[in-house]
Design a protein around this ligand. Sequence first.
Ligand code: HEM
Length: 408
Amino acid sequence: MGETIAGLERLGLEYFQDPHAFHARLREHEPATEVVLPRGLKVWLVTRYDEARMALGDARFSKDHRQFPDMVTRNHVGEAGPALFDQSLAAHMLNMDAPDHTRLRRLVTKAFTARRVEQLRPRVAQIADELLDGVADGATVDLIDAFAFPLPITVICEMLDVPGDERDDFREWSNVLVSGNDPEAMGQAGPAMAAYLGRLVQYKRDNPGDDFFSALVHASEDDDRLTEGELIAMAFLLLVAGHETTVNLISNGVLNLLRHPDQLAALRADRTLVPGAVEEFLRFQGPVNQATFRFTTEDVEMGNVTIPRHSVVMVSLLSANRDETRFPDADSFDITRPPGGHVAFGHGIHYCLGAPLARLEGEIAVGALLDRFDLALAAEPETLRWRESTLMHGLYSLPVSLTRRGAR
Ligand code: HEM
């Protein structure tokens, strides 16, 4: 991958443009390898499927940042840097172990069950239709700006009843915070985001509705299940997780259909393949590369390596989903392969809360696009640029030309 630092490979620009070949090389030798992140932090990167599931589901891999202060800000020689996150945004369930995790997750589970999410289907379809109505026949658009971003952000903002202005600022702060590579920009975006969410909570206090966010604000006032800090962090987690990922599900999925015309033709010919296609989007080139930081509470043996106690561990979901020992012919994109088994939504107690919603949005998005348009990639594939984020695997933009079906 180019540069090495202290004898370890550093994940650089090349890695983000094509992480798959690098992962395949690591998987051959060992299930987990020490690497250096762009900003200098040394982490163990878990790349094989079985070990990925183990690390995601095992309590010896803690998620509790509070137990490991400063660990994620260090460079490869152990010097601590500035805090990455405004602490008021960090007190959410994805940064906690049981029992705090259990308490917080219980407060929001009901709103995201498959049954509740299914009730959103007509509204999600309507939002998708409205967005596509705005695209002129024959236009070349950035599919991310025109469709893949506004669809999930509108859905999650409506679920939480968040007013529409400031959504662009929100997107920018959110992008900076999840990219995780620029401590200076993160130092500005964190407090701006925290202040915005604080205003939002106050707005909900002054204007309570019968929405789900108002119920959470109420829970923080009336009993001790949710502190003010946890409320702000919960809003942050739901809003960020609710759109940063699904935008990549839609755009990576469409990209892969365009790069595999036989698969696109098969999907056009038989729409019952849509749910399976979404599963293959998730497996083949999922929205999340490396799951969030974990910390070993003791030495952990993993195949032929031992990860020492108090190490920072990242599990590559992209890599696990390409592990040949679990997925035959793993590098081929096949929307008819038996679905399931992938770890694109994680595994264990932090398994994605929003998985039913993400699947629904993915299915509706791809169905609506195929119903209305013939699509073609409007850029050479090698000019497409992937975001330099260890967490998110998504493009900066996806130029596509759209021709209305039946309009020629
Ligand atoms: C295709 C889209 C999505 C993907 C691939 C995805 C992926 C993931 C993954 C991998 C995790 C676990 C991270 C870890 O263990 O380090 C996670 C957790 C989470 N996701 Fe998603 N997600 C998606 C959409 C959504 C949506 C739409 C929401 C809606 C609010 C959401 C809410 C959450 C929450 C709250 C957690 C934390 C759960 C916990 O800590 O118990 N996600 N997601």
